[in-house]
Design a protein around this ligand. Structure first.
Ligand SMILES: Nc1ncnc2c1ncn2[C@@H]1O[C@H](COP(=O)(O)OP(=O)(O)OP(=O)(O)O)[C@@H](O)[C@H]1O
Length: 251
């Protein structure tokens, strides 16, 4: 069995007196699609924020390849190989598709300055094109980002997250707002990306989750209530109880 890439132990997050996560212990091994599900307000985004360095947990530890990351800034998470996309489309609408990714490539260079020579710019262009290639957007390279279809904008966000060549890619509801056709295309993209990196997803679309995931974690009221294969999760009595009556196609 591979050693864990990312491991959290007894994570707790408080917002004032409110407990958003409590006693969450788990680990993520390389090369799998793991989905995090749970009813609204279960703590999924909070957990994602902890895993990607956006939020320092109130208690517990987080380790990447054995190194303690607690209190580490988010850009250091990216530098080490953990990148994420957000629930809300997060691109520059008036820049071209290529420019959006190129800006990210430029920002990820730790020693970028105005004297950077022409070769370096070519290198950034190539890096941006490789990321667009990975998400199937090369043909749209010169289009203004705001004119892309919604699904293509989400793919562009993933290209931006890929710029740092992350080992762990966290995607917060990558199919939010998509119809069946765009969802199918996103699933195909995620399957392709999963061949080369570890993917963690937060999603609400249950059928998609069950088909795509190797492993599913279930949060409820900030606690991890189940962790297993899609088959395990579907038959877990506690999970069924939590989802009972929810009109999300789970049952
Ligand atoms: N910055 C914050 N300050 C106070 N409470 C917060 C903050 N962020 C999240 N919460 C609360 O923590 C709980 C968990 O929120 P979180 O966004 O992690 O849930 P979620 O499972 O992602 O929900 P959804 O499926 O609706 O996106 C919610 O009750 C939310 O109101």
């Amino acid at each position: 069995m591979n050693a864990p890439l990312l491991a959290v132990n007894d994570i707790g997050v408080r917002f004032g007196g409110f407990v958003a996560l409590q006693g969450v212990t788990t680990e993520f091994r390389p090369g799998r699609v793991t989905s995090i599900i749970g009813p609204n307000g279960a703590g999924k985004s909070t957990f994602f924020n902890v895993l990607s360095g956006v939020l320092t947990p109130s208690s517990g530890s987080i380790r990447f390849k054995g190194d303690d990351l607690k209190g580490t800034k988010q850009h250091e998470f990216v530098h080490r190989g953990i990148a994420r996309s957000y629930q809300i489309t997060n691109i520059f609408p008036d820049l071209s598709v290529h420019e959006n990714v190129r800006v990210a490539a430029q920002a990820s260079r730790s020693r970028y300055n105005i004297w950077t020579n022409r070769n370096k710019f070519t290198e950034l262009d190539a890096k941006a094109d490789a990321a667009l290639e990975a998400v199937g957007l090369v043909a749209k390279r010169d289009e203004t980002a705001k004119f892309l279809a919604h699904g293509q904008q989400r793919a562009l966000e993933i290209a931006i997250a890929l710029i740092s060549n992350p080992e762990v890619l966290l995607l917060d509801e990558p199919t939010a707002g998509m119809g069946p056709e765009e969802t199918k295309e996103m699933v195909a993209l995620l399957e392709k990306l999963a061949a080369e990196r570890t993917i963690l997803l937060v999603e609400h679309k249950m059928k998609m989750i069950l088909g795509l995931s190797d492993r599913i974690l279930v949060l409820h009221h900030g606690r991890l209530i189940a962790d297993g294969s899609p088959r395990d999760i579907q038959t877990d009595p506690e999970v069924r109880r939590v989802y009972l009556g929810q009109n999300d196609g789970y049952a």
